[in-house]
Design a protein around this ligand. Structure first.
Ligand code: FAD
Ligand code: NAP
Length: 565
């Protein structure tokens, strides 16, 4: 029976390389890969070996006989990517990724390639993985939080636990003997770019895009307005957002923007509490949700249904998990658009939208209303939000929606990195294939690289960062091989000493493992995958319980022996 890729596909392409018959497309070297909403298994060519199931880091692949009812639409979706053919027709194998460092070159060097990676989200971890495929390379990963993995921990929705399973792959990468974590260390605050340069051949920034795009209309900033960026960080227990004031005593929430983040927020706001209580949602969010009065979440898009920013897999998942409605006028628009659209993914999205009810029937559970052609004009209210005023796009018609909470979900934005150039219009570090470019000279800044959202902007899935990081790593290694990177002036002990002097509370891999284990134990007691610590102090206390490595115990014993009585 053929295998099927389902909703949580992260596009990292691991399955493509595991597949012995090249039946998974688009592959990273095919043109459609960068823009594809997911990867698809060709049911005609699949030989049912299951190699892709083992390779997938997020558990997104299942045999077509084992699909849950919600996953069944994905069987047709996978098949529809391929033109109809007779059974047994195979495509030629895709090219595997080439090794990046000629082994002889590296043996000839005095200093093995040593790279500092700043940020431990997907881009940083995939970059480390690519570098460590070569023997003798050393990687130090600096992360400002005591816990690693960026948006996988602090962004991916708590009800998408299978997506969060990619952290197991990241844990395996971090276990490599030439990988070292410096957690709870903020580059630009505790250590500078030039200090990292002095201790490494290269510094690769994978710091993501932590800010949000601002909606510049009157009334934003009133109590009751906020951003999805802050809201998802609060739900996910990010320590900087634990005290966010979230008030859910209102019947309607309006979300502006209809990307996948908007869908995540709406789904969680209307989710069954018993199901949420079995996830790793933060305790503070869960207790706020227990007292929620929310009955409807409106997702307001400024354009028409055919331009919906959410992806098809996420729409399929939303409709399966939640009660979703659409106004009759928008549904008529969907049906008109269907007559003109030929792209299969866009058509399937419209077909799903065309079957949604209009919400006129009473509902026993909170619902999500998809609304279109609403361009936000101003936030209404004096002491706090009472509504949002929109103009219906392409008309003069003004429409008002009453609400007590408005969340903008209009995209993320990179922020400047100290000592590096910044392209303020694009919100990224200027770069050429990952090499940071000095805008004055137009030439690469020696030893500085970027990957992930700070390199290409805030779009794409977890796995999109794998090919992005590979491109950067290839540029970095080419520069190293051609002698363009200066050797570090000090060794790893000097680096560790410098970091500890600046940040005595640095957390290492053992510390992270101790935090991880403590969170899992706390969670399992309540039938949850983990119960996250949401304060840095609690994380550090858990990290301190990490077993002392044997070498250190010996040193401690020797020190003890030399102490005066
Ligand atoms: P990030 O994941 O943001 O990682 C950046 C890391 O750098 C962070 O850990 C940060 O703390 C650290 N850092 C920043 N500055 C410094 C500094 N100065 N010093 C040290 N460390 C620093 N994709 C999917 O495939 N499936 C999903 O379900 C999914 N859900 C998402 C939900 C949300 C809300 C969002 C916003 C995105 C989601 N994505 C999802 C997309 C995916 O999360 C991103 O593609 C990916 O996380 C980007 O990776 P990154 O490494 O560039 O950035
Ligand atoms: P996004 O997909 O770029 O969507 C942004 C939305 O904001 C769009 O609807 C856009 O409308 C709207 N918008 C922008 N400016 C606006 C303005 N001034 N006024 C009104 N609306 C405005 O961003 P996102 O939802 O933050 O997602 C970021 C990335 O993470 C995406 O690539 C997404 O796929 C990924 N992600 C993936 C998952 C998953 O796989 N499960 C989950 C979450 C996020 P227009 O189209 O009209 O510009």
């Amino acid at each position: 029976m053929p295998h099927v890729i389902t909703q949580s596909c992260c596009n990292d392409g691991s399955c493509v390389f595991a597949c012995p018959v090249n039946c998974i497309h688009p592959t990273p070297d095919e043109p459609g890969f960068a823009t594809s909403e997911m990867l698809y298994i060709d049911p005609v060519a699949c030989v049912d070996c299951g190699a892709c199931v083992d390779a997938c880091p997020v558990g997104a692949i299942a045999s077509d006989t084992r699909l849950t009812p919600e996953q069944i639409p994905f069987a047709e979706l996978n098949a529809s990517y391929y033109p109809p053919r007779p059974a047994g027709v195979k495509t030629p194998p895709t090219s595997k990724l080439a090794p990046v460092i000629p082994p002889l070159e590296i043996r000839a060097r005095r200093h093995p390639l040593t790279v500092a990676i700043v940020g431990s989200g997907p881009a940083g971890m995939y970059a480390a993985d690519e570098l460590l495929t070569q023997s003798g390379v050393r990687v130090n990963v600096f992360e400002k939080l005591p816990t690693p993995y960026g948006l996988v921990r602090a962004g991916v929705a708590p009800d998408h636990q299978s997506t969060k399973r990619v952290t197991r792959l990241f844990d395996r990468i971090a276990d490599h003997r030439d990988f070292r974590f410096f957690l709870n260390v903020e580059v630009g605050k505790h250590v500078s770019h030039s200090e990292l340069r002095a201790h490494h051949h290269a510094v690769l920034y994978a710091v993501g895009a932590p800010n949000d795009r601002r909606l510049d209309i009157d009334g934003m900033g009133l109590p009751g307005t906020g951003t999805a960026t802050e809201f998802v960080a609060w739900i996910n227990g990010h320590p900087e957002f634990a005290a966010l004031p979230v008030d859910l005593r209102y019947e309607r929430v309006v979300i502006i923007g209809n990307g996948n983040v908007a869908l995540d927020v709406a789904r969680v706001l209307t989710a069954d509490l018993n199901e949420l209580a079995r996830t790793d949602i933060s305790d503070h969010a869960l207790s706020t949700f227990r007292n929620s009065a929310v009955r409807e979440v409106v997702i307001a898009a400024r354009r028409t249904p055919v331009h919906s920013a959410f992806t098809l897999p996420e729409l399929i998942g939303l409709v399966a998990a939640s009660e979703v409605v659409i106004d009759a006028a928008d549904r008529d628009r969907v049906r008109r658009d269907l007559a003109t659209v030929s792209d299969p993914v866009a058509r399937t999205k419209l077909e799903i939208l065309s079957t949604l009810p209009d919400g006129s029937a009473p509902s026993s559970r909170p619902r999500i209303r998809l609304a279109y052609q609403l361009a936000p004009q101003r936030i209404l209210g004096k002491q706090r939000v009472s509504g949002v005023e929109f103009v219906v796009t392409g008309t003069d018609e003004v429409r008002r929606i009453d609400t007590g909470l408005v969340l903008t979900s209009i995209g993320y934005r990179g922020k400047p990195i100290r000592d590096l150039p910044f392209d303020d219009a694009a919100g990224v570090v200027p770069n050429d294939g990952g090499r940071v470019i000095d805008p004055d000279s137009g030439r690469p800044l020696p030893g500085a690289y970027v990957a992930g959202w700070i390199k290409r902007g805030p779009t794409g899935f977890i796995g999109t960062n794998k090919t992005c990081s590979l491109q950067t790593v290839r540029a970095l290694v080419a520069d190293f091989n051609e002698g363009r990177l200066s050797d570090p002036v000090a060794g790893s002990d000097a680096l560790a000493k410098l970091v500890r002097a600046r940040q005595p509370n640095v957390v290492d891999a053992a510390g992270w493992r101790a935090i991880d284990a403590a969170e899992v134990i706390r969670g399992n007691a309540d039938g949850r995958p983990r119960n996250k610590f949401t304060s840095i102090a609690d994380m550090l206390a858990a990290a301190a319980a990490a077993p002392v490595p044997p070498r250190r115990r010996l040193t401690d014993r020797l020190r003890h022996l030399t102490l005066p009585n």
